[in-house]
Design a protein around this ligand. Structure first.
Ligand SMILES: Cc1cc2nc3c(=O)[nH]c(=O)nc-3n(C[C@H](O)[C@H](O)[C@H](O)COP(=O)(O)OP(=O)(O)OC[C@H]3O[C@@H](n4cnc5c(N)ncnc54)[C@H](O)[C@@H]3O)c2cc1C
Length: 208
């Protein structure tokens, strides 16, 4: 194809220009991407923080939020098609005082309104559901997500065992509310190399 054959000229070869060209190609429309720099994505698109946003913290109903949620829905298939490498590390917000805890609680509510899956943990941390999947895959067992105050509930139930209210710890555990269950998705054959990579990463980080 020559420049004269292109039906559309896309100016700028950042992520937006490339996404436009990609969307056109999918619809059978030929395009020519014109970029001022010697290569693609040399401006904001190639020099940003590299975070794939999930939409947990953006304003419900805002155009930006709608676009983030739409891109999150399209992302997996596109990443696979482009064989783009992604480090699926998840994210975690840990509050250090009451004020921050309230802010994290508000973010959890925001995520719920935006229909983005997050987990409030017993120490008040807000975690991306990706972390749970990584943990379930790493150990190869189902993870059961409890309520935010599981630690307090556990202590209360143990006190109940001590006071003779429950026959055993197992009996008391039956009273712990259970939330979502995250089952491992990775094959057993993937687990061992994954753990090795994780250990190497932890050792490398510890030696910094
Ligand atoms: C510091 C920083 C961190 C960020 N972190 C994140 C993040 O973690 N996650 C996230 O999702 N977003 C992040 N962003 C936002 C994200 O990088 C931008 O929204 C996105 O890259 C914008 O893409 P773009 O294609 O519109 O712009 P650009 O990537 O800037 O592309 C525009 C292109 O147009 C070219 N151009 C301009 N004028 C002409 C012309 N006349 N002719 C030909 N070519 C031209 C430029 O050379 C450039 O290559 C971050 C942004 C910054 C600045």
């Amino acid at each position: 194809m020559t420049a004269d054959d292109a039906q559309v000229a896309v100016i700028g070869g950042g992520v937006v220009g490339c996404a436009v060209a990609h969307a056109l190609a999918r619809r059978g429309v030929s395009s020519l991407v014109l970029e001022a720099e010697p290569g693609l994505a040399l401006a904001a698109s190639g020099t940003n923080s590299g975070i794939l946003h999930t939409g947990f913290d953006s304003e419900p109903g805002a155009l930006e939020t709608r676009l983030i949620l739409r891109s999150a829905a399209l992302r997996e298939q596109l990443l696979e098609e482009l064989a783009a490498p992604v480090w699926r590390c998840g994210a975690r917000l840990t509050p250090r005082d009451d004020e921050q805890r309230q802010a994290v609680d508000r973010l959890a509510e925001n995520a719920r309104v935006n229909d983005v899956e997050v987990v409030l943990e017993s120490d008040g941390s807000l975690a991306d559901a990706t972390l749970l999947q990584i943990q379930a895959d790493a150990v190869g067992v189902d993870l059961t997500v409890g309520p935010p105050d599981t630690t307090v509930l556990g202590a209360a139930l143990l006190a109940g065992v001590g006071a003779g209210l429950f026959a055993s710890v197992g009996d008391a555990a039956e009273h712990l509310p259970r939330g979502r269950v995250v089952a491992p998705r990775a094959e057993a054959s993937e687990r061992s190399p994954q753990r090795e990579r994780w250990r190497a990463f932890v050792q490398a980080a510890a030696s910094l």
